[in-house]
Design a protein around this ligand. Structure first.
Ligand code: SF4
Length: 247
């Protein structure tokens, strides 16, 4: 829920979602349109579909218990290497690094004195593994996530950083700032068109193309392309007056 969505927006939506589906079983037993409707305000409806699929897999294949190992977690829909490692370490204490973009930056800088883009994936994984606190890997991973977000930013705030005494990047002295990559604007984006289509279909059982074009505020070809993407992602299907939420 938090991926590319601000925590302040996620909190009330998360609480509503968990009140609506308090157990894995209740989520697994819901229909896909019910889950997509409950996802309103949480962005990226693909994640709702994946979370629903994961709940079904946990009920069907894991006896209703979230699996504890990275390998088993990776078999769940929507769970990639980062999410599997984060859940395994934070929820179950598995000694694995959870390499999100912030942790990659901290590890590469402290251990190797470089930015992560200058380090191969295998070297970065080895550095993260060597750096990991095996006594409390969950707290360690969360600490590095916070440190990367608050201090070890693309333009680092080394003077306030607790890792300063052991950081090779800091020891190498000032260097030119890495250009900061900015996310493309949401306004007018394909994401916005997709979001508007799903918002209409949350409110109605179905809608025809003309209605969706009007509601999306985009040209017909862009709306058709967005619908094609939503159909590929299992969020929308043909039916009713034209299109409806899948399931
Ligand atoms: S000392 Fe600077 S470069 Fe090193 S981890 Fe801290 S903020 Fe990042």
């Amino acid at each position: 829920m938090l991926q590319q969505t601000q925590a302040s927006r996620v909190v009330p939506a998360f609480e509503r979602f968990v009140a609506r589906f308090p157990t894995v079983l209740s989520l697994a037993q819901a229909s896909r349109p019910e889950v997509i409707r409950a996802w309103a305000g949480l962005g990226y409806n693909r994640r709702a579909v994946a979370l629903h699929g994961a709940a079904i897999a946990i009920e069907g294949e894991h006896g209703g218990r979230v699996p504890r190992t990275v390998d088993a977690l990776r078999t769940l829909p929507g769970v990639g290497p980062y999410t599997a490692s984060a859940v395994a370490s934070i929820a179950f204490g598995a000694p694995v690094p959870a390499l999100d973009v912030n942790v990659r930056r901290v590890v590469a800088r402290v251990v190797d004195g470089r930015d992560p883009r200058d380090l191969g994936a295998a070297d970065l994984a080895a550095a993260a593994d060597a750096f990991l606190d095996r006594e409390d890997p969950g707290a360690w991973n969360q600490a590095l996530m916070d440190l990367g977000r608050e201090l070890c930013r693309p333009a680092p705030r080394c003077d306030a950083c607790p890792l300063r005494p052991r950081c090779r990047f800091r020891a190498a002295g000032p260097r030119s700032r890495a250009p900061v990559r900015r996310q493309s604007p949401f306004e007018g984006s394909a994401r916005q068109v997709r979001g508007r289509i799903v918002a209409i279909l949350r409110e109605r059982r179905s809608a025809d193309l003309a209605t969706l074009v009007g509601a999306a505020g985009a040209s017909a070809p862009r709306v058709v392309a967005a619908i094609d993407g939503l159909r590929r992602d299992g969020i929308v299907e043909r039916g009713g007056r034209g299109f409806r939420l899948h399931g």
